[in-house]
Every structure is written in C-alpha cells, then in structure tokens.
Design a protein around this ligand. Structure first.
Ligand SMILES: [Zn+2]
Length: 182
C-alpha cells in the first residue's frame, strides 16, 4: 500500500451534508483561498497562515505549485456522491466493546466506505467504521471535505475562528484529521 499524499482534512462528519458553496464562501471570506489552480484546487490565499497554525519551529512549507501536487494547496472536491472515510496509514481502530486494536482493518472491506463493517477478532463485535474508536485524529468521514494538501501528521492545525466560521455556515461542528489521499 502506498502511503499516498498527506493532507489536513476538515470534516463535518458522515451524517451531515454541508452546502459546498457555503463552505467555499467561508474559506474565501477568511482569505484561505487564493487563485484557482486546477479543477477543484486553489493556491493558498493571503489569510491562510492566520487560520492554519503550523506547529514546531520554523517549518519549511512549500506553497509553489508542482504538477505532482506535492505542495501546500487547498482541494475542494465539493459534495461527494456518498460520504467517504479518510484515514492515515497509521490509523488503528479500537473495538468499542472490548478495546482490542485492529491492525489489519483495511483488509475487512473498502477502507474508504464508511459503511464497511469491521469485526473484532477478539470478541466478535461488528460495527461500521464510524462506530469504532479512532485515536489521534487519524481518520474521519466526510461528505464535503476541505483538504489542505501536503500537510503531514501533526504538522498544522486549523484555528478556532476557522472552525467556528464553518460551524456557523453549515450548522455542524467541524473537526481536523491528518489523512492521506490516493
Ligand atoms: Zn472486541
């Protein structure tokens, strides 16, 4: 399995269906979105670093466009046909019944489909992906994802004002996760 492209995902969860236009308007208003670059992709805008906080000292963040997408930019796929489960290669669910950890959960079905049911090898409990415990913000479902690409695990987090603006515009709480993309 390839590790894929790293991204910071902002998500309102699988059960909510935010209006992509409202989400895009929030990002534009706060200055996160810069010039359109490719379909559904934008360079970062002048307000980006006011709302995305890079942790650690003096991170070297690359904002210059590259054809292989390995630079920091914003990808807005819009409303997906169905909710999608995003995850990081190190994401491990814990059984909600017995707390056993599943290392090989990706072999139990489509890891991008939130309806995929996992069965616990320790106790036999079976439940869809979202019913398991995912620690460390390494997995989340989304119907209308905001993907800030080329952000590695733990490298950056969204600011409170950005999350509050998304919540206000869509009526649902938004949360960050560090994931990888195909
Ligand atoms: Zn179990």
């Amino acid at each position: 399995m390839s590790d894929g492209r790293p991204a910071l995902l902002l998500s309102a969860g699988a059960a909510t269906d935010p209006d992509p236009a409202a989400v895009q308007a929030v990002l534009a208003e706060l200055g996160l979105l810069g010039a359109p670059w490719r379909p559904d992709r934008y360079l970062v805008g002048p307000g980006f670093l006011n709302h995305i906080a890079f942790l650690g000292c003096a991170p070297a963040v690359d904002f210059a466009p590259r054809d292989d997408l390995a630079f920091c930019h914003i990808h807005l796929p819009g409303r997906l046909p169905a909710p999608r489960w995003y995850s990081h290669p190190r994401a491990r669910p814990t059984c909600p019944a017995c707390r056993a950890t599943l290392a090989d959960w990706r072999n139990q079905g489509d890891p991008a489909d939130p309806d995929t049911r996992l069965t616990c090898p320790a106790c036999g409990h079976a439940a869809p992906l979202g019913a398991w415990r995912w620690r460390g913000r390494l997995a989340a479902a989304s119907r209308c994802p905001v993907l800030i690409e080329h952000i590695f695990e733990g490298e950056a987090v969204p600011g409170d004002r950005l999350l509050a603006a998304l919540r206000e515009a869509t009526g649902s709480p938004w949360r960050p996760a560090w994931v990888t993309l195909d």
